[in-house]
Design a protein around this ligand. Structure first.
Ligand SMILES: *Cc1c(COP(=O)(O)O)cnc(C)c1O
Length: 348
């Protein structure tokens, strides 16, 4: 009996239409890095054909994604050798140039390519520095085969709309990038909270998958992945008895405990503490004891349960992934990308 990740086509369609509604006609770069945020390329890519581009982090991902789609792929980390450049071209990638050392590599092409220039505006991670930008543009413009499609930058604090970094980065971006360039800045949080940052291409990730980029749930998004697993044993424990590794949870009354067939080997977070909610037969129950590799234990005292009943770990309105993430001291992004290959994936 395996854990199941049900991927909802209608939820994804809803979230894409929400992206379009918020982005005022901008083109959409669907962020599908890390195997579509753990939702699996093969399931997701046929469902997002209206996206203008699909973005992955690295070449190994572009290679896999190309098996499922003909859409253009944006390669976020760019290329680091002629071999990589050739493969990226063969895979019909748009190539990000975010580091001066990548310039010489892309200039050494005879094929027609489209590049995205990423500039540094305050996150201090990837991006060309302001003082190099004009030089890079000049070199590329002298090359007959390279076309600068867009200039992009990335927000550090878009999930906190009031953070002053957002305005500083936005101002710096506008100062460096002259108006005739196409621009791209907005991730999910900016799409939902900062309409002026939408520009020409938006780059939604987490909102496509229906989780909020903010600290609280966003009421308009619909969860795409529902993670569930069957109850494989039901036990009675008497007051004073403990459960699981380390005997960390001790029953303070006689209790009924469901053993659910999912654990950290499937990607359920090991750091989820006792008290993390699990939805069983429409009731929010508490995880009790430590998460083990294959199993978790849930207090179902007072809840009608039978062997084989479905326990929902996250991905429904009553229990969004954001809630579980908060308990486990992480973010929904990490929960989704952590779902392992042992879990069965199914489109619904
Ligand atoms: C991952 C990523 C995004 C998407 O971020 P979300 O918060 O998931 O919307 C956008 N832009 C870049 C450069 C990224 O790496």
């Amino acid at each position: 009996m395996r854990a199941l990740a049900s991927i909802s086509q209608s939820a994804l369609a809803h979230n894409i239409s929400l992206v379009k509604q918020y982005s005022q006609g901008a083109k959409v770069v669907a962020m599908v890095k890390s195997n579509a945020y753990g939702h699996h390329f093969d399931l997701i890519s046929p469902l997002i054909q209206e996206a203008d581009l699909l973005a992955v982090s690295e070449l190994s991902e572009a290679r896999k994604l190309r098996q499922y789609t003909q859409q253009p792929i944006l390669l976020l980390s760019g290329v680091y050798s002629q071999t990589e450049l050739h493969e990226a071209i063969n895979l019909n990638c748009r190539i990000v140039v975010h580091e001066l050392a990548q310039l010489a590599i892309v200039l050494n092409t005879k094929s027609n390519i489209k590049v995205w220039l990423q500039i540094e505006t305050g996150m201090h991670r990837l991006g060309l520095f302001e003082q190099d930008f004009a030089k890079v543009v000049e070199k590329i413009q002298q090359h007959p085969n390279i076309y600068i499609e867009t200039v992009m930058s990335h927000f550090a604090c878009a999930d906190k709309p009031d953070d002053p970094h957002n305005q500083q980065q936005y101002d710096k971006f506008n100062r460096i990038v002259k108006s005739h360039w196409k621009k791209s800045m907005a991730n999910s949080a900016a799409i939902l909270s900062n309409p002026s940052s939408v520009f020409d291409f938006v780059r939604p990730g987490i909102m496509l998958y229906g989780a909020s980029p903010f600290h609280e749930k966003h009421s308009e998004l619909k969860p795409v992945m529902k993670l569930s697993a069957p109850i494989i044993s039901i036990n009675k424990v008497t007051k004073g008895e403990s459960i699981g590794y380390g005997a960390t949870w001790v029953a303070d009354k006689d209790s009924k405990i469901a053993v659910v067939g999912i654990g950290y080997g499937d990607g359920y977070p090991r750091h989820a503490p006792s008290g993390t909610p699990v939805l069983i037969n429409q009731r929010l129950c508490s995880l009790v004891g430590r998460v083990s590799m294959d199993l978790i234990t849930v207090d179902v005292s007072g809840v009608e349960t039978q062997l084989g009943d479905e326990a929902i770990l996250w991905g429904v309105d009553k229990l969004p992934a954001e809630v579980v993430a908060k308990y486990a001291n992480t973010i929904s992004y990490e929960l989704f990308t952590g779902v392992s290959n042992r879990v069965n994936f199914k489109l619904v």
